[in-house]
Design a binder for this molecule. Structure first.
Ligand code: NDP
Length: 328
């Protein structure tokens, strides 16, 4: 068991703007049955953290510790844990309570890290990389030659989608808000980049010689949903997987028929890694493409734990590229 007694965390007592994130000191928790105590080294800051903080997504109870991704060292194991020992290097994605030096977590939510993957890299790619795997291999199985439309392509998930999509043989069309980000997206392997969304369907029509795309990966939500439907080929798949501009509301199902017998899915990574064996299989696939150099993740921003509010401001202000992490 650790000799430290205090646990610095970032917690919120009510939802709201970044200012609700408070640095607090709590006791170090004890691992229960099936759990381990983790000494965290690096944490991921993901856009989903801002949805929980703002109240768009609900914490089970308040006060709550936000954050869903981290990497560190197993400090102690609880009753019944046989798969991990103290000292194991591990990481996780999709489990609330990350913004802390120490946390407890169910052992079957952890993935052991290969020596080649540093804690910082793990904190930058677990949630985003597993999401890219889900989107490109499971939600829609990208095939050689597919033109695919990827929003926020310079972001954490977006850069990995460009690199992995190119490797799968897709013609990646990235969408972003600035020429500077467009350069980053090209360097990640996108064949085309569109800056701004005003004439997106027309640009997609030009790039695809009128065919449009079989799949749109839309993480922006409210502002782009209708535009995305206009970019799809008949019987194409609309993947609405985020709400960066706000949630999509009042959706009229008939729009799917009007745009050409479209399919719509609203996936969440949590479903795709809910079973421990699915989590392990997806992590294995992710670590393989990392080891082969197919993914070259960028940690664009490092913050201290106490700077979590600044990290949220940067993410929501569209000022980040690649992954954002907190180092402890
Ligand atoms: P990003 O690094 O991609 O940051 C978000 C980006 O969204 C911004 O940089 C910006 O890029 C773009 N954006 C577009 N409109 C807005 C807006 N109104 N306000 C702020 N940003 C906007 O974040 P992540 O990689 O953490 O996540 C990307 C998306 O994927 C998020 O929407 C997230 O919710 C979603 N996601 C969903 C998962 C799921 O299971 N469904 C799992 C993981 C992520 P630009 O300036 O280039 O437009």
């Amino acid at each position: 068991m650790t000799s430290a007694s205090a646990n610095q965390v970032v917690r919120l007592h009510e939802t709201g703007g970044p200012e609700v994130l408070r640095v607090e000191t709590l006791p170090i928790p004890q691992p229960g049955k099936g759990e381990v105590l983790l000494r965290q080294v690096a944490l991921g800051v993901n856009f989903i953290d801002t949805y929980f903080r703002s109240g768009l997504y609900k914490f089970p109870t308040l006060p709550a510790i936000p954050g869903m991704e981290g990497a560190g060292i197993v400090e102690a194991v609880g009753e019944g844990v046989t798969t991990l020992k103290p000292g194991a290097r591990v990481a996780y994605a999709g489990v609330l309570g990350a913004y802390a030096h120490y946390r407890t977590i169910a052992a079957d939510r952890l993935v052991e890290l290969p020596e080649s993957i540093s804690f910082e890299l793990a904190a930058g790619i677990m949630l985003r990389g597993l999401s890219a795997h889900m989107l490109l291999r499971q939600v829609y199985n990208v095939k050689k030659g597919d033109p695919i439309l990827v929003y926020a392509a310079a972001g954490g998930v977006g850069q990995l989608m460009c690199q992995w999509g190119k490797h799968l043989g897709a013609h990646v069309i990235g969408v972003t808000s600035s020429p500077e980000k467009a350069e980053i997206i090209r360097a990640c392997g996108a064949a085309d980049v569109i800056v701004g969304t005003d004439e997106l369907p027309e640009q997609v029509r030009r790039i695809t010689n009128g065919a449009m795309v079989p799949v749109v990966y839309d993480s922006v939500g409210r502002d782009t949903f209708e535009t995305s439907l206009n970019c799809l080929a008949p019987r194409g798949l609309m993947v609405s997987y985020g709400n960066a501009s706000g949630p999509v509301e009042n959706f009229n199902v008939a729009a799917l028929s009007a745009h050409g017998s479209l399919y719509l899915t609203r996936p969440t990574l949590m479903t795709y890694i809910a079973k421990p064996q699915d989590l392990q299989a997806s992590a294995k696939a992710l670590f393989e493409v990392l080891a082969k150099g197919i993914l070259k993740p960028t940690i664009g921003q490092h913050f201290a734990l106490a700077e979590a509010a600044q990290a949220h401001e940067a993410l929501e202000g569209r000022k980040t590229t690649g992954s954002t992490i907190l180092t402890l």
